[in-house]
Ligand binder design. Structure first.
Ligand code: KDG
Ligand code: MG
Length: 423
């Protein structure tokens, strides 16, 4: 941008005078829908090295694409790709309008692409730039679900047979139309299923009576060995969440997730006072500020913020370091709406982060895997990031172009009397 275009009083921007090889030459947004929508940012330097970042926000994909195209890419061109921290601060502070899912996903895409790029330039896997390996593999949990208890038990059995050490169990609930987390197929659960939101019905009482019986049946069938997880998906009030946590205690859950909405972080104090069931929260958080009180008051056990949700590795690292002070461990969100690019970056992060807990892993479809060739592999319940330089995930642009964007939105939920509720 010329001085004239930037404004008469503008000062020269020193971050735009880099050594030529690391100058950002181009950045572009790629929207593709190989079974579901993904937004990807590709950044290239003069030297010809590129990095890739994920910017997918489920059901709101084009809002982030526009934010990147209109507000981020124009200020990226010409910057020094090595200055990851400075670019992060520029995009965060410089927007004036801080935080929010759209802004932070756009920042994440830039941040992850730059970490990828720098690691590639150095010929190192990304985990080495973060501080090196802290473990041999990343324990993941898979998603088992079924229309009823019998189907859910069978699904959990299939995950355990496949070698998973941890499984999330969700089931259809008698009296609840389309309970959260129950797929229409065998292994893939895609809630964003229609161009206008599907209306689901929620019955708290039916769910509260059902959920403990599901986990009792799981323990009877599979014994005390497997780690079992469950997602309440924001459906309960704090006192209901406290009650459920108490009722689930005999079944030794690894965690109870999103038991109540967390806009009011203080609400978790009530849950905590009543139950020792471990609590996990954070997949909808954007920054450390959403989690600060939860962490420093030890109101949760696992923080679910993801690379793509909180502005990339640069900020997720701060959250994890802060959480470590209070023995809160990481358990990053990893549903299929987080692209293989996020999964690759997450696995490098998880391989390094000292206070690692677990990583969510929902397998992508073969179509998605083909669009995003990746170095990560699954074996014996663990994911391995691979040793390729960068985060090890790329995008096949020619293949991506064959899958045009399809509008899809997340469902909404109403109580049985018609009142809007939390999906
Ligand atoms: O886009 C929304 C999904 O990512 C979310 O519903 C999945 O709750 C979820 C989970 O724990 O994976
Ligand atoms: Mg969840």
């Amino acid at each position: 941008m010329s001085q004239a275009a930037a404004g008469a009083n503008a000062q020269p921007d020193t971050a735009r005078e880099p050594d030529a090889p690391f100058r950002i030459r181009a950045a572009r947004v790629i929207v593709t829908s190989p079974g579901r929508n993904f937004v990807t940012l590709k950044i290239e330097t003069e030297q010809g090295i590129h990095g890739v970042g994920d910017a997918t926000l489920n059901g709101r994909e084009l809002a982030v694409a526009a934010y990147l195209n209109d507000h981020v890419i124009p200020v990226l061109i010409g910057r020094d790709a090595r200055r990851i921290e400075d670019i992060w601060q520029y995009l965060y502070r410089g927007a004036y309008w801080r935080r929010g899912p759209v802004t932070m996903r756009a920042i994440a895409a830039v941040d992850v692409a730059l970490w990828d790029l720098k690691a590639k330039a150095l010929g190192a896997p990304l985990y080495d730039l973060l501080g090196g390996k802290s473990r041999n593999g990343v324990m993941v949990y898979g998603h088992a679900n079924g229309a009823d208890t019998a189907e859910t038990l069978d699904a959990v059995g299939r995950y355990l047979d496949a070698g998973y050490k941890a499984v999330r169990a969700q089931s259809g609930v008698p009296g609840v139309k389309m309970a959260y987390g129950v797929g229409r197929g065998d292994l893939y659960y895609e809630p964003a299923d229609a161009s206008l939101p599907t209306e689901t019905l929620w019955d708290t009482r039916a769910y509260m009576n059902f959920a403990p019986k599901l986990f009792e049946a799981l323990r009877v069938r599979f014994g005390e060995g497997p780690r079992l997880l469950h997602d309440v998906h924001h459906r309960l009030t704090p006192i209901e969440a406290a009650q459920l946590g108490k009722r689930l205690e005999p079944y030794d859950l690894f965690w109870m997730e999103d038991a109540t909405p967390a806009e009011n972080q203080e609400a978790f104090r009530l849950i905590r006072q009543h139950t020792t069931t471990p609590l996990a929260v954070g997949e909808v958080f954007n920054t450390i500020w959403d989690a600060k009180d939860l962490i420093q008051n030890q109101l949760i056990d696992y923080i679910r913020t993801s690379v793509v949700g909180v502005g990339g590795i640069t900020h997720l690292r701060r959250i994890a370091d802060f959480a470590a002070l209070w023995s809160v461990r990481t358990g990053s969100h990893g549903a299929t709406d987080l692209s293989p690019v996020t999964m690759g970056a997450a696995l490098h992060f998880d391989t390094w982060v000292p206070n690692f807990g677990i990583q969510e892993y929902m397998r992508h479809t073969p179509e998605t895997d083909a669009v995003f060739p990746h170095a990560y592999t699954f074996a014996d319940g663990l994911l391995h990031p691979g040793d390729a330089p960068g985060h090890g995930v790329d995008i096949d642009e020619a293949l991506a172009a064959k899958y045009p964007y399809e509008p899809r939105q997340l469902p909404v939920a109403r109580l049985t009397d018609g009142t809007m509720w939390n999906w």
